[in-house]
Design a protein around this ligand. Structure first.
Ligand code: UTP
Length: 295
C-alpha cells in the first residue's frame, strides 16, 4: 500500500473497567496479545495501510503507551552484544512503525469526546479512527476498502459486522439499505447499544471509521448519551440523517476480528493468533486438542 496523507487517531483513554484489576495501573490497550500489546497490532495495521501519522489519545498511565513506541537504547545494546538479532529486530520494530503523537483526553467522557480531542491535529481533513483494543487480523482487509470508499464518495465510512442478535446491545447498531456493491451498504440510522427488540438490525459498528472533519462541530454540541458518555455513534447518526451531505456508508467486514477489551474475546484472540504462528503453533496445537478433548 502506498503512503497515505490521511492521519489515524487511536483512542486509548477508556477506563477498561471490564479488565479490572489488570487495568488499574495499565491501559487495556497495553495488555499483551501473545507477545505484543494490543495497540501495536493496530499501529501495524495503520502502517501497512500506508498511514504514517498516528495520534494516540491517552488517559491515565499515559507513559506506558508512549514508552512502548519509543526506542530503548540500553535494551538494543544488550541484544546486539548477545547477538540476538531476531529479538533486536522485533524490539526496534515497535519504535519504527510511524510518526506517533500523543494527546491526553483529560477525563474519560466517552469515545466521542476522545475523538474530538483530535480536532487540532487533524485539521480540515478526513481522518481514520481505529480503536486500540479492536484487532483486525492482518490476513483480512478492511481499512483500505474503507479509505477507498471514502475517497470515491466523500461519505463517512463505518465498519459493520453481523453479530448474534442477542449481542447487539453491546454495540452501536445500524439501519441500512443495500447498494449495488456487494458488502457496501448505505447507513440510514445508528443507535448506540440498543435493546435487542429495538435494534434496527444485527449489524454492529466495529472499531474502524473514516470520518470527515464535519464530525467535529457535531461532536462539540453532542450531549452525553448512553452511559452518560459523549457517544461517537450519536454524532454519526446526525451525519447519516443529513440529507444534504454525502451521508454514511457501511463496509461489511466478514473477516477475523478480536475485541481484546472483552475478557472472553481476549483469551480467544491469544489462542487463535498463537496457534496460527509458525514459532508457537506446533507446540500449542496438540496441547489444545488434548485439553479440549478433556472439557
Ligand atoms: P470502550 O467502551 O470499549 O472502553 O471504548 P472502556 O470504557 O475503557 O471499556 P470498559 O467498558 O470500561 O471496559 C471504546 C474505545 O474508546 C476508547 C477506549 O480506550 C476504547 O478504545 N475510549 C473510551 C476513550 O479513549 N475515551 C473514553 O472516554 C472512552
Amino acid at each position: 500500500m502506498g503512503k497515505q496523507s490521511i492521519k489515524a487517531v487511536i483512542p486509548a483513554a477508556g477506563l477498561g473497567t471490564r479488565f479490572l484489576p489488570a487495568t488499574k495501573a495499565m491501559p487495556k490497550e497495553m495488555l499483551p496479545v501473545v507477545d505484543k500489546p494490543a495497540i501495536q497490532y493496530v499501529v501495524e495495521e495503520a502502517a501497512s495501510a500506508g498511514i504514517d501519522d498516528i495520534l494516540v489519545i491517552i488517559g491515565r498511565n499515559k507513559n506506558m503507551i508512549s514508552n512502548h513506541f519509543d526506542s530503548v537504547p540500553e535494551l538494543e545494546v544488550k541484544l546486539t552484544e548477545k547477538g540476538d538479532m531476531q529479538r533486536l529486530e522485533r524490539v526496534m520494530k515497535s519504535s519504527d512503525l510511524a510518526d506517533i503523537h500523543y494527546l491526553r483526553q483529560g477525563e474519560p467522557k466517552g469515545l466521542g469526546h476522545a475523538v474530538l480531542r483530535a480536532k487540532t491535529h487533524v485539521g480540515d481533513s478526513s481522518f481514520v479512527v481505529m480503536l486500540g483494543d479492536d484487532l483486525i487480523d492482518d490476513r483480512d482487509e478492511l481499512i483500505t476498502t474503507m479509505m477507498a470508499e471514502h475517497e470515491r464518495t466523500g461519505a463517512t465510512v463505518v465498519a459493520l459486522m453481523e453479530v448474534d442478535p442477542s449481542q447487539i446491545h453491546m454495540y452501536g447498531a445500524a439501519a441500512v439499505e443495500a447498494t449495488d456493491q456487494d458488502g457496501i451498504v448505505r447507513v440510514t440510522g445508528l443507535v448506540e447499544k440498543p435493546a435487542q427488540e429495538d435494534a434496527p438490525s444485527n449489524l454492529a459498528i466495529i472499531g474502524r471509521y473514516v470520518l470527515p472533519p464535519a464530525v467535529f462541530p457535531i461532536l462539540e454540541r453532542t450531549e452525553p448519551g448512553k452511559g452518560g458518555e459523549i457517544q461517537l455513534t450519536d454524532a454519526l447518526q446526525e451525519l447519516a440523517a443529513d440529507s444534504d451531505g454525502p451521508g454514511v456508508v457501511g463496509v461489511i467486514f466478514r473477516g477475523r476480528r478480536y475485541d481484546t477489551g472483552d475478557r472472553v474475546d481476549y483469551i480467544k484472540a491469544i489462542v487463535q493468533l498463537a496457534t496460527d504462528r509458525d514459532d508457537l503453533g506446533a507446540d500449542l496445537r496438540p496441547w489444545l486438542k488434548e485439553f479440549s478433548a478433556g472439557l
